[in-house]
Design a protein around this ligand. Structure first.
Ligand SMILES: Cc1cc2nc3c(=O)[nH]c(=O)nc-3n(C[C@H](O)[C@H](O)[C@H](O)COP(=O)(O)O)c2cc1C
Length: 469
């Protein structure tokens, strides 16, 4: 269990520059978004997380970019980047239920009624000039199913609407959408609790898709190898991680909807205004020296696509294995596809129809994912777009190897669907069988053994990368 709190993670990342401080005052209305875009133009492995020490108009520091690279994601799990999926699969097979404690750091300050003022938080505007308002983007939102009583945790955006009001973006297929329909049918408001800056594994499970009625806090326990400590909320019947930096509690009125958005979304375009519930905040609890935690979303590359991509590829791999699909060695949910649209699967091919079986299994187990699924042999590095395109170039004949399923399940945020059909949640699916169909000659060029020997004595050659201006 490498880190049990956001502050423990920050302290560790600071040691080797994986997290860097911005000491000058920064404007949340435009500057945070622009600085983080600049950071995300850096090669993924070299991006630091950023702690903004001074945000205009707020007394709290702001941390963004903690999940900006596979390297840091792996560090949070205490493994090397190549072991991320293994760690996840272990956690899915061995969930550890949370334990309840009577208090915790998130209760150091308790604010109710007039004392609640969300506008004092350093909440950035992520698409300056186009977002309707600042957005809390990165809260792990907890709700409870009124029938099964199982809680759900997901990350959903919250439009800052005032001192004690936020918009709550509810998409029908998401688990919060399922919960809200059940509360509405009962004529009840929905209680909600939002944790910011909890134990770092919490954002990982909150961003991932699991079957409904999975307790994501138990998966978080599996990831950290010890139970997550939960504490009761002050004003709602929910529990939140005790070490969270900030907790916002409230009630969503599901009958009276208000306009929410425009907001720059994860696929890289502005979303239109929608009608969504308003959350009335009933209490805020926080640490005395709280750090406000946010996730950079909008056009990939982004922290949102990194976080959702890595978490979702592990949960997809686990689901495929759970269905009994044989020969799947690895899964990659690509970042340019917004960590939902494009999936690459590596297999040890067992028979000619095996790649098609794998595609249909992906579409069956995650219908909203994988608008395009490419299946390759397991010697291809599925996280290297160059290697994947090489596989496609050298193995695919369009007439033989493409599978098109019209009108499968889709996402309404997919702008390639005709505007008048978008609310039907439909999309065509494309499968590409990029495996070798018969024995190929051996690959050309120096092989792994020779490359490893060169790597071992690389400094001796005196060759270095040309520095960019
Ligand atoms: C920064 C960020 C913001 C997100 N905002 C939303 C959102 O507003 N609405 C939504 O449906 N999903 C959003 N997501 C994606 C969900 O968190 C993700 O699909 C998750 O699996 C939802 O939880 P659930 O599967 O328990 O419903 C966001 C993800 C991230 C990382």
């Amino acid at each position: 269990m490498p880190y049990d709190s956001l502050k423990a993670l920050i302290a560790d990342l600071e040691k080797d520059g994986s997290l860097q401080h911005v000491p000058i005052e920064v404007d949340p209305a435009w500057e945070v978004a622009a600085v983080m875009r600049r950071v995300f133009r850096m090669p993924q492995a070299q991006r630091p997380a950023v702690l903004f020490d001074r945000i205009k108009g707020s007394d709290l520091p702001l941390v963004v970019g903690l999940y900006g690279s596979r390297r840091t994601y792996a560090r949070i799990l205490g493994v090397t980047p190549t072991r991320i999926n293994e760690r996840w699969l272990h956690a899915l097979a061995h969930p550890v239920p949370p334990v309840f404690v009577s208090g915790g750091p998130c209760k150091e300050v308790v604010l109710r009624g007039e004392a609640v003022d969300l506008t004092r938080f350093p909440v950035p505007t992520w698409t300056p000039g186009r977002d309707i308002a600042p957005y809390i983007a990165g809260a792990s939102v907890v709700t409870r199913d009124p029938e099964s009583h199982v809680r759900n945790v997901g990350i959903y955006r919250l439009q800052l609407k005032g001192r004690d009001r936020t918009g709550l973006n509810i998409n029908p297929p998401q688990h919060i959408g399922i919960h809200s329909r059940k509360y509405r049918a009962r004529g009840q408001p929905m209680q909600v609790a939002m944790a910011l800056g909890a134990d770092p594994v919490v954002s990982m499970v909150a961003a991932a898709k699991f079957p409904p009625d999975t307790d994501e806090f138990a998966i978080a326990g599996g990831l950290r190898g010890a139970p997550l400590e939960l504490v009761k909320c002050e004003t709602v019947d929910l529990e939140v991680p005790a070490t969270a930096e900030i907790v916002i509690e409230g009630t969503a009125d599901l009958e009276h909807l208000e306009p929410e958005a425009p907001f720059g979304e994860y696929m890289g375009y502005m979303s239109p205004q929608r009608l969504n519930p308003v959350l009335r905040v009933t209490a805020v609890t926080c640490q005395r020296r709280a750090i406000f935690h946010a996730l950079l979303s909008q056009k990939p590359p982004s922290e949102s696509s990194m976080l959702r991509g890595i978490s979702n590829e592990a949960s997809l791999l686990g689901a495929l294995r759970g269905m009994g699909v044989k020969g799947v060695t690895d899964v990659h949910v690509t970042e340019p596809g917004g960590a939902v649209m494009h999936v690459v699967v590596a297999i040890q091919k067992l028979h000619p129809a095996h790649p098609r079986e794998v595609m249909t299994a992906v579409w069956g187990v995650r219908p909203y994912y994988g608008k395009q699924v490419i299946v390759v042999d397991d010697d291809i590095d599925i996280r290297d777009p160059f290697d994947v395109e090489w596989a496609v170039a050298t193995t695919v004949q369009a007439r033989r190897d493409l599978v098109i399923i019209p009108d499968h399940t889709g996402r309404r945020s997919d702008l390639s669907v005709e505007p008048e059909r978008r609310d039907q949640d439909r999309s065509d699916k494309l499968g590409v069988d990029a495996t070798r169909k018969w024995p190929y000659p051996a690959p050309a060029g120096a092989g792994p053994e020779h490359l490893a020997r060169v790597e071992a004595r690389w400094p001796e050659y005196g060759i270095r990368e040309v520095e960019r201006e």
